[in-house]
Design a protein around this ligand. Structure first.
Ligand SMILES: [Zn+2]
Length: 336
């Protein structure tokens, strides 16, 4: 089982490498520079990827490989029991650049326990992770997201910040890889997504999650112990999230549609407001050759399209002639 998984991960990695080689052969050096730059573009902000219930022998190493090879960092909410049984994997999480949080010792329904039982569950986990890595966690995620005032006071006594989630990937509930990727596509600047350490579907979603975030200029960040929100890995502040002032707010979800050798379709769904203004910034030398279900206007460079509603609802689309650059344009939303 483990070997088979490793095998398929290796095969996928090899395929990815071959594709990358093929692309590199046709790419100019200017394009290569553009790709590098695009990969590091965090102008859309930061999101928190979280993986609960590890570490597990046979899963965690694969997950860490997938994350690091896709340039992603995540927060791993470990149970104390699993950390105790897999101390080498806890160190591997740390060494792979992941942040490590506390997810209780035995994953009970904590709100049904006494205050002293809660303390024991959290404290033992702090100790075993400290033992394995030299650092005690600052973040805590209650199992099942169940919390109450007693638990919060125990967390506070141990210096832990409670972290729930904004988006549930539903991987624990049988979501497919495509559904997990789609869930990650809903993440906005500062938000946190719930995933788990042990599912093959979740593991397989990693490269597409990376591509989706990259296409939206979002980067995987750390979760701030001060605020419980996703921030830059150095703890720095986020760029202002769209939408700034002006009352009302909106968010965009981007989906890739049909794709041809020279062009691809994207569709953008706006939620939160029906009075929206969406800015699409192309990556030179891309060109938009068609739009639908919106009223576009263009700036003087021809690379920035502003789209407004035209009475066709809150989803519009456009065709990008990629001219060698497949990275999605950046898309931001404000209300007007
Ligand atoms: Zn859990």
């Amino acid at each position: 089982m483990i070997d088979r998984k490793r095998g398929s991960t290796f095969a996928a990695g090899l395929l990815g490498t071959l594709l990358a080689v093929c692309l590199a052969v046709t790419a100019t050096s200017a394009l290569a520079a553009d790709r590098t730059q695009a990969a590091a573009d965090c102008s859309g902000g930061y999101v928190g990827l979280t993986y609960d219930d590890g570490p597990n022998a046979g899963n965690t190493a694969n997950l860490l490989n997938a994350l690091t090879s896709n340039g992603l960092r995540a927060t791993m909410f470990n149970t104390g029991q699993n950390a105790q049984n897999n101390q080498g994997l806890v160190r591997a999480q740390r060494d792979a650049g992941m942040w490590i949080g506390n997810h209780s010792w035995s994953h009970p329904h904590l709100t049904q326990l006494s205050s002293s039982q809660m303390t024991s569950e959290l404290q033992r986990t702090q100790q075993v992770i400290q033992q394995a890595t030299g650092t005690a966690p600052r973040l805590f995620r209650p199992p099942y997201g169940e919390t109450n005032a007693t638990l919060r006071s125990v967390e506070q006594q141990l210096g832990l910040t409670e972290v729930l989630w904004d988006v549930d990937s539903q991987d624990w509930n049988g979501a497919s890889t495509a559904q997990i990727v789609q869930a990650a596509g809903r993440l906005q600047n500062g938000q946190v997504i719930l995933m788990h350490d042990q599912y093959a579907t979740t593991l397989a979603a990693v490269p597409q999650i990376a591509a989706n975030l990259r296409g939206r200029n979002l980067c995987a960040g750390m979760i701030s112990p001060a605020t419980g929100r996703a921030v830059a890995p150095d703890g720095g502040s986020n760029p202002p999230s769209s939408p700034p002032p002006g009352g009302g707010s909106c968010t965009v979800t981007i989906t890739q549609g049909q794709q041809w050798s020279d062009r691809f379709n994207l569709s953008v769904t706006v939620s939160g407001s029906s009075s929206w203004i969406v800015t699409v910034t192309l990556r030179a030398p891309q060109k938009i050759i068609a739009t639908w279900n919106g009223t576009p206007s263009w700036d003087s460079t021809g690379y920035v399209m502003t789209m407004r509603p035209n009475g066709s609802g809150n989803t519009f689309g456009f065709t990008v002639q990629h001219n060698g650059t497949w990275t999605w344009p950046s898309v931001t939303c404000r209300t007007g």
